[in-house]
Ligand binder design. Sequence first.
Ligand code: PLP
Length: 426
Amino acid sequence: MGRTYLIKPDLDEDYPVIDYGKGVYLFDVAGKRYLDASSGAVTANIGHGVEEINEAMMEQAKKVSFVYRSQFTSKAAEKLAEKIALTMPGDLNWSFFVNSGSEATETAMKIAIQYWQEKGRPLKTKILSRWVSYHGITIGALSMSGHPARRSRFVPLLADFPVVSPPYCYRCPYNKNPRNCSYECAKELDVAFRRIGPESIAGFIAEPIVGAAGGAITPPKDYYKIIKEICEKHDILFIADEVMTGFGRTGTMLASEHWGIVPDIVSLGKGMGAGYAPIAATLVTERVMEPIRKGSKVIMSGHTLSANPQSSAVALSVLEYLEKNNVIDDVDAKGTYLKNLLEKLKIVFPFIGDVRGMGLLIGIEFVRNPKTKQSFASELNMTEKIVRAAKDVGLLLYPATAGEDGKSGDAIIISPPLIVTKREIE
Ligand code: PLP
């Protein structure tokens, strides 16, 4: 396109200019069609160009788009919070609306710290996490993220919160396999809490399925039950970062439901506005809200556009769309179908080392040698090459590798809109 003044991810690259989107497809101004097999960054959960959402957006815009949260509330925000409380598992009844996933995890962090302050335990301020992980790009969220590539420039500003291994079964740090696994990685948390001192720890944050930092790294059956028990034993809040996994992506409203747990705090984003508006949320249980409601009554966070009626109306119509069309009911079957097709490719292409994930959040890890699981050397940038080659032929994939510390491999995520058909999956 020649010179523009837009700061793009890569300043020297000519990005295609998208003209419009419909369903699982995007079309650029040159007429090229892209199958959006990643929903952008795992965001366009109901596909592109959905009329109902556009209409809801227009209806709200005709009334009012913005009111400031310290002065007013709105019907749209109130209704959205109510619908979320009815839809989410357990007593995750309280919603704090923000504009991005990073803000949602950062707010989760602050609410966890405030909870302990209101309970008279102000020394509990650390939020531990896993290496590898990704919880967002702002400094607090990045402090919790075990993502070397995104941390490296800002290390002096960041806390060292990622301390335990994720349940990375394909490359188990304990050299175990599903038959002899005794959840050593989950038990690491107990050791870390004792070493660091539970009296200084407010919470532990984890993505139910590791997304951007590893490519749908999925824990075994009892993992989160053990994690939750360890958190409870040490009086530490469990925060589920469901920014990528929430809103039906894995076949349930929250991925945490697969493991039968209700987190104390949840962060949501991406699929919440499904790309139609910037909106995200931090959900809080009754138990965590109680001392705040009885105490200061003010959550010390917020953004100018928090709970704006325009974005709230969009998220509400996305939820209604999911419900009306029973979208989430089919996600498991569609994901299984896609995973089975990918497993067949694994036989043909030995560089496909692992196919994993749940629902329509599927990861593929590429290896030089499937027997030794040897990665491609990081300087080859294999993930980037694969994503680029796919885009050249009109297929969008999401790169999911945390960088060069050797703790995660070359992985991509396949995460089409949840409305994808069998034919489109093929
Ligand atoms: N948390 C998780 C699990 C994510 O995957 C992401 C984004 O990829 C974020 C937080 C940050 O969200 P955002 O990019 O909207 O700030």
